[in-house]
Design a protein around this ligand. Structure first.
Ligand code: DC
Length: 230
């Protein structure tokens, strides 16, 4: 029997393992994986490079006018590694740096930025067979997704996970800096006017604070098996 190609939306707070889960699921199911946060980070990097962000000052008009010149793509190299490119340049590592992390929530508040990226994300998901993670995937990007998850974990666990990830990438940040950034981003993401982070009505809550990577994958695969047969 041909199984149905699902659209899976994963939303949740910063650094709760959404992308890891989405990547594991996509690889297990042979689906496309899209880290939508990387797209907001790439736009932020472009704005930083153009000096449109300085402290609390953001040059919104310049950013909106430049949106049509920003091209974001996901590419896969010969070894199967996926990376994001900004106007043709691989920016996978640079978008994870502290200066991008500190500004991205401000850029993600801009309505026109969201409209552009949501449109591109919807095109990527046209054929189904996709796992996308972010903040508004189940509410705005794919409101009719077959499976919606809302992922969370305790702040202590999230700080540890992000700190470890940054250390592995040789990015220097203290535990306190990581925590401040997560708390600030969660606040802005949950309280902004445009598509705030909220749990979609149908989304299933997954608190993975005490789960291993394998346990959370299996937990979701069981849900997927139920949906594929429907
Ligand atoms: O998932 P992440 O931490 O890489 O996301 C970076 C920022 O991008 C996050 O603080 C909020 C924003 N974002 C968003 O507003 N909507 C999404 N779908 C994904 C990310």
């Amino acid at each position: 029997m041909q199984t149905k190609k699902l659209t899976i939306a994963i939303d949740g707070f910063s650094s709760c393992g959404k992308s890891t889960l989405a990547k594991d699921l996509a690889s297990q199911l042979n689906y496309i994986f899209i880290d939508s946060g990387a797209m907001y980070r790439a736009v932020t990097l472009y704005c930083l490079r153009n000096n449109w962000i300085s402290g609390d000052q953001i040059q919104i008009t310049e950013i909106i006018n430049a949106l049509s010149t920003i091209s974001i793509e996901f590419k896969i190299d010969d070894q199967g590694n996926k990376s994001i490119s900004l106007n043709g340049e691989n920016c996978e590592n640079e978008i994870r740096q502290g200066h991008v992390a500190s500004s991205v929530s401000r850029i993600a508040e801009i309505k026109e930025v969201r409209e552009k990226l949501v449109h591109e994300q919807q095109k990527m998901g046209e054929k189904g067979g996709i796992v996308m993670d972010g903040r508004d995937i189940g509410t705005v990007v794919f409101p009719h997704a077959d499976l919606k998850l809302f992922v969370t974990a305790s702040i202590e666990v999230r700080v540890q996970r992000r700190f470890l990830e940054l250390t592995q990438k040789d990015i220097q940040m203290t535990l306190d800096e990581v925590k401040d950034n997560l708390v600030e981003r969660d606040f802005i993401d949950s309280n902004r006017k445009e598509s705030p982070l909220i749990q979609a009505k149908e989304a299933i809550l997954l608190d993975n604070s005490k789960m291993t990577r394998e346990e959370q994958l299996q937990w979701v695969l069981d849900l997927v098996a139920g949906k594929e047969g429907q």
